[in-house]
Structure formats: C-alpha cells, structure tokens
Design a protein around this ligand. Structure first.
Ligand code: FES
Length: 109
C-alpha cells in the first residue's frame, strides 16, 4: 500500500499508509492528522489546505479553477499549496509529503 508523510504543525513528520483512491484529507482523518476539511471535499472551504513538498508538486494533477478560487481564501498560501481533498492517492504518489499550514481559516468563524 502507498505511504505518505504529513509534516505536522509542530514540525514532526508522520508517515502513514495511504490507501489508493482516498484523498489526502481522508488519509489525514483516518490517521488522526489535524486537517479540518469542513466541507468534506465539496470545494466549499479551504480548511483542508496543505502545502505540498516542492519535489512532489509537479507530480500532482493540475488544480481545477474551483480549487484555485478556494485556495485564494486560504491563510498562509504558498507556491505549492493545494486542497487536501482534491489530491487523490495513486501509485504515482507513493511517498508523497505534505505539510500542514500554520493556521487555517475556519469556515464556521
Ligand atoms: S474539505 Fe472543503 S475544500 Fe477540501
């Protein structure tokens, strides 16, 4: 099974199993990684914002316009920012590394 690594807000790396077909958000939830995902993947929030390791960024499929629009609302946006619910684990992403942003805009506040 593919694996991926989350760099948590305290800088600690957490390597977890990442089943094919799950989104990075779903993988995070499965392993208790603190990514909110308020809209559960329907592109209506930016709380699933993650910063993709620059080495991995080019391997991801391009974000849709809707994803880019939502990303514009995320705090701490970086060049390799993506929405975690839009990255789907495939064999090609075995080893993916993403970092949690230091803060998120909570949809409910
Ligand atoms: S969970 Fe809301 S956009 Fe990803």
């Amino acid at each position: 099974m593919p694996k991926m690594t989350f760099i948590e807000r305290n800088g600690q790396a957490k390597e977890v199993e990442a089943p094919l077909g799950l989104s990075v958000l779903e993988v995070a939830h499965k392993h208790g990684v603190d990514i909110e995902g308020a809209c559960e993947g329907s592109l209506a929030c930016s709380t699933c914002h993650v910063i993709v390791d620059p080495a991995w960024f080019p391997k991801l499929s391009k974000p849709t316009e809707d994803e880019e629009d939502m990303l514009d609302l995320a705090f701490g946006l970086e060049k390799t920012s993506r929405l975690g619910c839009q990255i789907v684990i495939s064999e090609a992403l075995d080893g993916l590394v993403v970092k949690l942003p230091s803060s998120v805009r909570n949809a409910s506040k």
